[in-house]
Write a protein that binds this ligand. Sequence first.
Ligand SMILES: [Zn+2]
Length: 137
Amino acid sequence: MNCLDITNIYNDCMKDQSCLFCKIVAGEEPSEKIWENEEFVCIRNKYPVAPTHVLVIPKSHIRKQEVATPAVSGVNSPYNLEEFWGKIMSAVFDVISELKLENSAYKLVNNGRGYAHFEHEHVHILGGTKTEPGGQT
Ligand SMILES: [Zn+2]
């Protein structure tokens, strides 16, 4: 069994009814999907802070504190963290290639604690400008 248990992606037990990202994955909320594989989807950020600003999101409702190390979250993760982060970063680099950012500039952002606006884990990819994008992502 892989770390995300993809057989349960569309099972309600893997979906939080109040989670915007789960609704996007289920097609219940509009989004501009630009890439996906079996376990992750990439959408454009509705409120971009850079010309290219996309989010790579696991299709399962995986909460940020569930994929942080015990030193950060204070609890043991139910997931294989090396496998999860390997897979999400592989998806991130597939998207960087898809968007042809590999030869220009890009920045990855993973918000935590007080900067995290959604509990559903995700990674931001920002690029498309010669000046480094920042601010609230
Ligand atoms: Zn969710």
